[in-house]
Ligand binder design. Sequence first.
Ligand SMILES: Nc1ncnc2c1ncn2[C@@H]1O[C@H](COP(=O)(O)OP(=O)(O)O)[C@@H](O)[C@H]1O
Ligand SMILES: [Mg+2]
Length: 221
Amino acid sequence: MLQLINIHKSFHDGESDLQVLAGIDLDLKPGESLALLGSSGSGKSTLLQIAAGLELPDAGEVRMKGENLVTMDEPDLARLRRKDLGFVFQSFNLLSGLNVRDNVLFQRRLNRMPDRDGWVAELLAGLQLEAIQHRPVEVLSGGQQQRVAIARALAHRPQLVFADEPTGNLHDSLSRQVMALFIRLVEEAGSALFLVTHNRDMAAMTDRQFRLSQGCLGPDV
Ligand SMILES: Nc1ncnc2c1ncn2[C@@H]1O[C@H](COP(=O)(O)OP(=O)(O)O)[C@@H](O)[C@H]1O
Ligand SMILES: [Mg+2]
């Protein structure tokens, strides 16, 4: 599904040189979930962005469906992201000006998938979005926005979901329940999951846990 081979990445900032990723190898099978832990600034988001083809590594390969994302051209990358990938970001990044339903269906429509479908109905019901589906996303609470972001990431049943701190800045027990529901829905969708989190409870819900430290990936101990 996803294979990272010897990924290197540094940032050059004036005089100083910051090596963030120093040869990362990682293999994620179809339907498998992993959690990436690590302190703030350790490079978790950088690795996720590279794995999703949103940022280029200095060296290394990102293989997905037999292709190397590093050398793929932008239209092919965009097509792959639209069809096969789903994203949940810390800030949720909902499309303002659209209501809940249009946000959830956005990527399905780009893929010419029908609006009405059992899976969409299950997502809207499971995430308790039915009653608010016609509301503009701007007026929603943080917890509601989080649930919309999850539904949107899964609605087109992507092969792989990337989630970067999907708890956002929500730290209550309700948010923990929503995270458990998120992991369950990813499983039901049959998607693989690449999860970045500092929350060990949430990390423990995935198949494998890794820790990023000093540019290297190790088991979480
Ligand atoms: N575009 C960039 N330019 C310069 N430095 C960056 C850039 N993106 C990230 N960094 C630096 O790389 C390090 C890792 O960042 P990041 O991947 O966001 O860490 P994490 O997600 O683990 O908190 C940090 O020191 C950050 O400041
Ligand atoms: Mg980050």
